[in-house]
Design a protein around this ligand. Sequence first.
Ligand SMILES: [Zn+2]
Length: 369
Amino acid sequence: MHRNGGRSPFGARKRTGLVKRVLTGGIAGLAAGSCALLLLVAGSQAVGLAPGPADKSFSKSDTVGPSQEVLRLVGMDRRRALHILRKLPDPVSACLPLASGNRDNATRQELGQLLEILSKSATARILLRVATARNALLCLDHATDRFAYYYAHMRLIGVNARINEGRRIAFLAHELAHVPQHPAYSDNRHFPPQDLVLLRRVREAAAEAQATQILWELRQAGYHHAWDAKLNTIYRDIARAYEAKVGEDGSREGQLAAARASFDQWFMKQRRLELYDGMTVDHLRRISEDDMGLVPPARFLSHGFLRAIGWTGQGNYLSHREDLDLTTGFYRMQMSVTNAARLAEIMRAHPSLASSENGPARRYPLGPL
Ligand SMILES: [Zn+2]
């Protein structure tokens, strides 16, 4: 939506300061499957979750086709149904279509209870309206090795069935925050690789900031289990940064400043940067080998474009601290030695990219943190 005059992910018109070249990238640049936003690959090991089954690239459903029941679940979109069936063998039993609200089996009732808890937060209610308008599916996943996930191209939100309610809410809030980020902030191969690294960092930091805001609102409404659960994850520093700031000023403005503090805190942990940068490098390696491959950069991130991701429907927490440019310094800090080496290897295989006039090396030198 930002491509068309800077609408916010919620549809409200915002001044984003888009530069003209940002408008030049088209939908063709969106890489299929690139929107999967996965949480806590490392964290899942920390709590001893057993790995789930390997991703099947082909299943029986691909040949026999999805059933009418599955098709109805996804608005008769056959392609979407096939993608979802590769992740979940029985989406009819495991998923609640947010748009229908049917609670006609035990799993849907369980998922409905999560939604009722989330609805105590004004910020979550806005996100749920967006997800409902997009006919997103909310699913309880018994096999995944992640706490939660959101696949934007399938509009599929999954929550691990083996974690307790507080954790489910904590991770679901994060994944819900990803929903309005797409497609405006999806990975797009018309960005230079280093912009894609920054874009994922900003998406994740923004989802964490908004999730923390939701958990704070739930705590204020008397539901503290999700906040407490977050304090037992590798994201506890983000919750603490929020709490320290909101303690100074609990007003609406104070909450926006606290969300900004959470956003900034996301960038403070080297291990976190390494983990998510590594996902971007994985993504770049995948698309470098597909039919379109890597293309010379035609779009570049701007501060105004990135700032609009901080719009929550009630204000923009990234409008605090306007002195910090989201495209530079602190946010754009260099990658780990390992990730930089892996990215350099991909770039070496595509010399036309590195030598292009808009080559990423000019804007963002590769190197260790
Ligand atoms: Zn995420």
